[in-house]
Design a protein around this ligand. Sequence first.
Ligand code: ATP
Length: 280
Amino acid sequence: MEAQKVSGSNALVTRFDDIAGIERSKLQVKEVVEMLRSPSRYAALGASVPRGVLLAGPPGSGKTLLARACAAEAGVAFLNVAATEFVELFVGRGAARVRQLFERARKMAPCIVFIDEIDALRARSNDPLRLGGGNQEAESTLNQLLTCMDGLVTRESGRPVVVIAATNRPEVLDEALLRPGRFDRVVQVDLPDAEGRLDILKVHLRLRQVPLATEVNEQSLSEIAARCEGFPGAALEAMVNEAAIRAARRNSSTVGLNDFEVAVTDFMQSRESTRSKFPF
Ligand code: ATP
């Protein structure tokens, strides 16, 4: 199973400062960080750390990033798995894999378990494959996940395990997942507005230490951001990379406004031609 612990490596450690344009979602998950940092303070008031948080939003909007940042900011381990891994391998292995994941999590507690693409464990009633007793694998895996989540004791526990799941399709989730004590906190991660897109561009320009030509300033960058309507953070990051590659191709030592403009145009064109592959 692909499970990772946050290490000291910069590639894996994400901070809240490196996430922009989704301020409301950030505020909502920051509370979980506080609870993980000092569970006893909440327990003294009779409050429990939530067992499950569901991040719902379009592809590339920063859901994984938020989950990683929670673990890094709280200073706890991060176990990362895609729900598709539970159901795509050998029949009958999904439930066992879920059990192993939670056993590992309990040993590593306090920690965050991140389950990406949780919609792979689709609602029983929403999945036509299930009619006539078809695919039982996702169902038994889902049941095992529910059992494991119910078994997580967070109240008065100094070593909580919090499960964060992500989905692009909250509407297909089994309602049992959203019951109290399971993923009862739903955090919407929306596409950024123009101001948010500008902030995300600035984050990636800073992280990559992109040397900018003098004509690239706050004003011109906000015009670029305004053009990127509908771009999630992942697309904005890719766009910064593309602009830098263009500058390198021209043998320039700085990235100019035209590099960004062409990168946006190219990106929009490729989005049109591959809309089914990149549905943002
Ligand atoms: P998916 O649903 O496809 O799994 P996701 O919502 O989990 O996507 P991430 O994997 O978190 O998206 O984002 C991919 C990359 O895009 C991040 O590693 C980051 O570099 C960049 N990115 C996405 N959103 C943001 C954001 N809000 N701020 C800064 N960078 C972002």
